[in-house]
Design a protein. Structure first.
Length: 74
C-alpha cells in the first residue's frame, strides 16, 4: 500500500516536471518572438517603425532564411 502511494507520487512528480519544462519552452519561444517584434524600440533605433510587419518577419523564419543563405541554398 505504501509502495503504491510512493510510486503514484513519483508519477505525479514526473508529469509535473514535464509540464513545467514544456511551459518554460513555450514561454521561451514566445519571448524570443516578442523581442524580435520589439527590436526597433529596444535595440535598433535605426529601423523604421511598422505597426504590422511583412509575412517573413518571424524570428524563426529569419533564422532558417539566414542559415539557407549561409549554406548557399538561396
Amino acid at each position: 500500500m505504501l509502495t503504491n502511494l510512493v510510486q503514484e507520487t513519483e508519477n505525479h512528480t514526473k508529469i509535473q516536471s514535464y509540464f513545467i519544462r514544456f511551459w518554460f519552452l513555450l514561454y521561451g519561444f514566445v519571448a524570443v518572438q516578442i523581442s524580435w517584434m520589439l527590436r526597433p524600440f529596444v535595440c535598433s533605433s535605426s529601423l523604421e517603425f511598422q505597426l504590422l510587419r511583412g509575412l517573413r518577419d518571424n524570428v524563426y523564419g529569419d533564422i532558417l532564411y539566414s542559415i539557407a543563405h549561409i549554406l548557399g541554398l538561396r
